[in-house]
Design a protein around this ligand. Structure first.
Ligand code: EPU
Length: 329
């Protein structure tokens, strides 16, 4: 279906209208609606990681409405599940937990949809979605063909993938095939999960615990507009971390690829005294400094100005430059 001048939903609750909006449920529909569509193109999920800087997008916004989910193969140990890109991510996690399939539970309650999860490589509580991705089915809008990319072809990294790169923007994610475990296997390595009894906990217990932690720390997009973490956690060379740790021994840090160190942007923003500060109607969330929120009627300008202020203060104090995690349109 093709619509004109339609409001684009986004969890930041910022005004945004698409000149043309295409809702497609199959590759055939997408192929048909791409013909003659006005550029630029923007393929979105539920708008949970987007910040619109202008109130009107003068191109075509595409949204996949395929919410299907089904088992396509299984043996005693593993199950392959194919989910449509438009399925709400947390509905998918809930489905897996109900079926007794292990692997998605740590990613409970993350906003967004299956397709966007595979683009963004969403992660939380010691897990990343790439860990359970078998392959991604996409439509190549340049060559007009369907492609199936196995996980290794998707160039996954921390909150990054082929699909976020210039070379990968030609691929619209249509569906994702997940490989999940049918045997009990919980990932309780993350500090915040230490109270869970590893011997007796069920999948549902882990999901409930994650939901409780998220509800405690992160704003519910239904109440307060936000896009989750606004910035990525910066990855710095080991030597830079050592120098910072000498000054700030309690600085949280995590091992990253190739001996580098991932720092906690939320902690640094908090240490700059920015928690709860505001710029107009945009603010730094009072319970998690990595999250910028719309306190009611904020403009994109205010959010961007606040983000700039945060970047400047963190640079001044720690010499580290934060980069947005949110996609700025
Ligand atoms: N911290 C503070 N003050 C704050 C925020 C954090 O001191 O205001 C400290 C915490 O005490 C902890 C450390 O910083 O020692 C890390 O905090 P947290 O565990 O809350 O995680 P995070 O690194 O801030 C990341 C993800 C979140 C994900 C959590 C949990 C990114 C950009 N963010 O946040 O993902 O839920 O870990 O795994 O990697 C998202 O991407 O939208 C998102 C919410």
């Amino acid at each position: 279906m093709v619509y004109n001048d339609i409001k684009i939903s986004n969890t930041f609750s910022l005004e945004a209208v698409a000149a043309t909006y295409v809702e497609y449920g199959s590759v055939d529909e997408l192929r048909r609606d791409l013909t003659g569509a006005e550029k630029p193109f923007l393929h979105i999920g539920s708008g949970s990681n987007l910040l619109f800087t202008t109130p009107r997008f003068e191109g075509t916004v595409f949204h996949n409405s395929d919410c299907s989910v089904s088992v396509i193969a299984q043996d005693g140990a593993r199950v392959l599940v194919r989910a449509g890109g438009g399925l709400k991510w947390d509905r998918f996690v809930q489905w897996c937990v109900e079926k007794g399939y292990y692997g998605a539970e740590n990613l409970s309650l993350i906003p967004g949809e299956v397709g966007a999860a595979a683009v963004q490589n969403i992660g939380a509580y010691g897990a990343e979605v790439k860990d359970i991705i078998e392959r991604v089915e996409a439509y190549d809008i340049i060559d007009g063909v369907e492609v199936s990319l196995v996980r290794d072809e998707c160039n996954y990294g921390y909150r990054s993938s082929l699909f976020k790169s210039d070379a990968g923007r030609r691929f619209f994610v249509i569906a994702v095939v997940f490989s999940l475990s049918r045997q009990r296997r919980l990932n309780l390595s993350y500090g915040a999960l230490k109270d869970i009894d590893a011997r007796s906990a069920t999948l549902q217990d882990v999901r409930d615990a994650i939901i409780a932690i998220r509800r405690e720390k992160l704003p519910d997009p239904g109440d307060i507009g936000s896009a989750g973490s606004f910035f990525m956690n910066p990855v710095v060379p080991a030597a830079q971390y050592e120098a910072l740790a000498a000054q700030y021994p309690d600085m949280p840090h995590y091992p990253a690829a190739d001996g580098a160190v991932k720092l906690s942007a939320g902690w640094m923003i908090d240490r700059c005294g920015l928690k709860g500060c505001r710029h107009g109607n945009a603010g730094v969330y009072s319970k998690q400094a990595l999250v910028l929120v719309n306190l009611g009627g904020a403009t994109a300008k205010e959010v961007i100005a606040l983000a700039g202020e945060v970047i400047r203060k963190v640079e001044e104090k720690f010499g580290v430059t934060l980069r947005p995690e949110v996609q700025i349109v």
